[in-house]
Design a protein around this ligand. Structure first.
Ligand SMILES: Cc1cc2nc3c(=O)[nH]c(=O)nc-3n(C[C@H](O)[C@H](O)[C@H](O)COP(=O)(O)OP(=O)(O)OC[C@H]3O[C@@H](n4cnc5c(N)ncnc54)[C@H](O)[C@@H]3O)c2cc1C
Length: 440
């Protein structure tokens, strides 16, 4: 068995990053019976935590940082060597050593790169000044929460999943909220244009002031507040600005090592790290948001996935690949999936939403005016195969279809009644108009 061979070949496995992927890799190495030393190196001083809580329970005060600690298998928690509060700054592939900002050097035989990503607001924004926030870590959420005590108005830049969750929290806390995004609807990347348009109405209805199809041109001080100037010239005075637009993979410590870092760490289909010539680097794997790999479930094009469940599954899979040494391992295929609760909507997503996909819409209670709130399930098809699902207030059908997709990646028809064609709404994006149905 390769894992026993691995225990002989490897004395030390180093995991850089104590997020979901890194901790999952450590748990899986322990579960598989790896006998050597496992070190988890992370730059945050907090114990590992559930990052999705940053824009949810932590922000609205339902939880404190100690309440969102990541549940960790006790054997792993006890046996791994924790090296928190240290930042990896350099990897030396020749000596197989990672150097840290504290001047320490961690030697390894096997390496898991699980350094995730970081918030990436435009460089010229005054991030770090009072009232200007990013939202990625527990400390970010805590800092923002402190500022909210005196603030009346908040501008959130970026209407993705995190930005919309933050906007929902601000409304619940009775703060005036302005949401800015360059796209004409919210949640474009998260749920696709069509569902995004429907959710936009709910967000507007909840009292969020939307500034869609516009960008932030500048942010400057105005007396004790901030002045946000938009691309169309509109000026908005505010107490707080939350930058929730974009993230960048965390690869700084890998610079100059010959790895392909064009967007995260390039890996093969089993998460083995590749150099710029496409050769496998022995004993080095990557997992989580930082890993760019071909998810053969959908495509041979390497891509990153920034989701919690994917990070967990990749972390586990990377542990298997590492212990397999040079033996063949099956490709790591993942069904991307996540959920969010905001504005009274439970939004669930599984799979992918290619722009050229055929689409079918099932309204769970057709005829109701507030149809998206009453429940809708949207299926995306490619070559007759279901490749993506978006459910809004449609838990039961969404969950059963997702279970079916997990078991059978080639699912052809969802288990819902046969759709009957309905007239195309003028607002449906062209790329998505190829087939649109409503189901009674
Ligand atoms: C506010 C927010 C809300 C989210 N909500 C959801 C959600 O509802 N559902 C969902 O599916 N996904 C959600 N996500 C995404 C999800 O949290 C990420 O996909 C997941 O955390 C990725 O895990 P990871 O381990 O790959 O990376 P990360 O969680 O980024 O962890 C990487 C860790 O490595 C550390 N690190 C980085 N560089 C170094 C270094 N050089 N040296 C040492 N340590 C280093 C980082 O500080 C971090 O602790 C959310 C993300 C954010 C920011």
């Amino acid at each position: 068995m390769s894992r026993y061979r691995a225990s002989i070949v490897y004395d030390r496995i180093l995991i850089v990053g104590c997020g979901r992927a890194g901790v999952a890799a450590a748990e899986e190495l322990t579960r598989l019976g790896f006998q050597g030393e496992i070190t988890l190196l992370g730059d945050e001083t907090n114990a590992p935590y559930d990052r999705p809580a940053v824009s949810k329970r932590l922000l609205d005060g339902r939880a404190r940082p100690c309440d969102v600690k990541m549940p960790i298998d006790t054997r792993t928690e006890r046996t791994v060597r924790w090296a928190l509060g240290r930042r990896a700054v350099h990897l030396d592939p020749a000596t197989r050593t990672v150097g840290t900002d504290t001047g320490e050097a961690f030697e390894f035989d096997g390496l898991v790169i699980a350094s995730g990503a970081h918030a990436a607001p435009p460089r010229d924004w005054p991030i770090g000044e009072p009232g200007i926030h990013t939202l990625y870590t527990v400390d970010d959420a805590w800092g923002l929460r402190q500022d909210l005590r005196w603030a009346e108005k908040v501008v959130i830049v970026g209407a993705g999943l995190t930005g919309c969750e933050a906007a929902c929290t601000m409304r619940n806390l009775a703060r005036q909220t302005v949401l800015v995004d360059s796209k004409p609807q919210v949640l474009t990347r998260a749920v696709g244009e069509m569902v995004g348009e429907m959710i936009t109405e709910e967000v507007r209805h909840d009292g969020v002031q939307l500034r869609l199809g516009r960008r932030v041109a500048s942010i400057s001080r105005r007396r004790r507040r901030w002045l946000v100037t938009l691309s169309d010239g509109e000026e908005i005075e505010t107490d707080i600005v939350v930058a929730s637009a974009g993230e960048r993979p965390e690869t700084g410590f890998l610079a100059g090592t010959g790895l392909d870092l064009s967007d995260g760490v390039l890996c093969d289909e089993s998460l083995r790290v590749l150099d710029t010539d496409g050769r496998v680097i022995e004993g080095v794997v990557a997992a989580g948001t930082v890993a760019r790999w071909p998810n053969l479930r959908y495509s041979t094009r390497p891509q990153r996935i920034g989701q919690w469940i994917a990070a967990l599954e990749q972390g586990r899979a990377a542990a298997h690949t590492l212990l397999a040494l040079d033996e063949p391992v099956p490709p790591v295929t993942v069904l991307p999936r996540y959920w969010s609760e905001q504005f009274g909507l439970r939004i669930q997503v599984a799979g992918v939403m290619p722009p050229d996909a055929d689409i079918s819409v099932t309204h769970l209670r057709p005829g109701r005016r507030e149809s998206i709130r009453a429940g809708a399930l949207v299926s995306y098809y490619q070559n007759g195969r279901v490749v993506g699902l978006v459910g809004v207030n449609a838990m039961a059908p969404f969950n059963s279809l997702t279970r079916a997709l997990l078991v059978n990646p080639d699912l052809v028809e969802p288990a819902v009644p046969t759709p009957a064609p309905m007239p195309m709404p003028a607002s449906a994006p062209v790329a998505q108009r190829r087939r649109l149905y409503a189901v009674a």
